[in-house]
Design a protein around this ligand. Structure first.
Ligand SMILES: O=P(O)(O)OC[C@H]1O[C@H](O[C@H]2O[C@H](CO)[C@@H](O)[C@H](O)[C@H]2O)[C@H](O)[C@@H](O)[C@@H]1O
Length: 259
């Protein structure tokens, strides 16, 4: 397993949010951004001439909230929404989620420790506060999703998500790579979850490198230990590309072991 390459102005950078830029928190709203991250993202966006995008399962509103005042290219809800700029965006067809929402209402009435996260194109069911309910969540959603045309169920970290079928981070990254300023660059995608595997496949098919954050099987060619390692790498890259002279004090090379 490789370390990620040094970032150059010829790269395009795609970054997952939860578990990659931000540490995993007990609840989705409890996420805290590390000091300096926004400044590093802004510097890298400029140094890459705009070729930096966030590729996430979160909603557009969540990312705009967490990364405010940055206005970065964004693919959210696992590719269901895609935004290059105010001039260019795309959205998956909407789903009739009635059967899913009814199943979730019934399940959460019995188990209030489960958390429903409504999104504009889908919905997530979080069981981080009740891991013993994973199987019950899976069974209820599998049955409900079968009643919704065009929907598919996806598993993430202590979460099941219902989203438009076919939408993926890989599809979103491929769409970015067809447009300036991303086209013609070597893509790097950093992600931590099984939901990021489609993104790793997309960048590697385009001659780039997927970077798996943390443990677990992955097709990514490179690996970093943790979100803290990713933030340190981004900080170092921002300093190098913007010509800052002193070395970053907090840069630590991540152990490069497979899970
Ligand atoms: O694609 P990502 O940016 O990694 O987003 C994936 C999901 O992340 C969020 O849930 C996860 O992070 C939470 C905060 O750390 C954690 O409490 C939860 O257990 C994780 O599943 C987010 O809430 C989802 O909408 C994203 O799809």
């Amino acid at each position: 397993m490789l370390s990620p390459p040094s970032l150059t102005p010829r790269h395009a950078l795609f970054l997952d949010f939860d578990g990659t830029l931000a540490d995993i928190a007990p609840l989705p709203d409890a996420v805290q951004l590390a000091p300096g991250l926004l400044q590093d993202l802004r510097a890298l966006h400029q140094a890459l001439n705009g070729a930096l995008a966030i590729v996430t399962g979160r909603t557009l509103a969540d990312i705009d909230h967490f990364l405010k005042p940055l206005d970065l290219p964004l693919a959210c809800e696992h590719g269901a929404h895609w935004r290059l700029s105010s001039a260019g965006s795309a959205t998956a067809p909407s789903l009739d989620l009635g059967p899913v929402l009814r199943a979730l209402a019934e399940l959460t009435a019995r188990h209030p420790e489960l958390l429903i996260e409504r999104k504009s194109a889908g919905v997530a069911l979080h069981y981080r506060q009740a891991p013993h309910l994973q199987q019950a969540c899976h069974e209820a959603l599998t049955q409900a999703v079968a009643q919704v045309a065009g929907a598919e169920l996806m598993a993430g970290k202590c979460v099941y998500e219902v989203k438009p079928a076919g939408a993926s981070k890989g599809q979103a990254i491929t769409r970015f790579l067809q447009q300036p300023p991303f086209a013609g660059r070597m893509p790097l995608f950093f992600g931590d979850d099984v939901t990021d595997e489609a993104g790793f496949a997309a960048v590697q098919a385009a001659g780039g490198v997927g970077v798996k954050v943390g443990s677990g099987d992955s097709a990514a060619r490179a690996r970093m230990a943790s979100p803290a390692s990713v933030r340190a790498w981004l900080h170092q890259a921002a300093r190098q590309l913007t010509g800052a002279s002193a070395p970053a004090k907090d840069f630590v090379t991540a152990p490069q072991t497979a899970a």
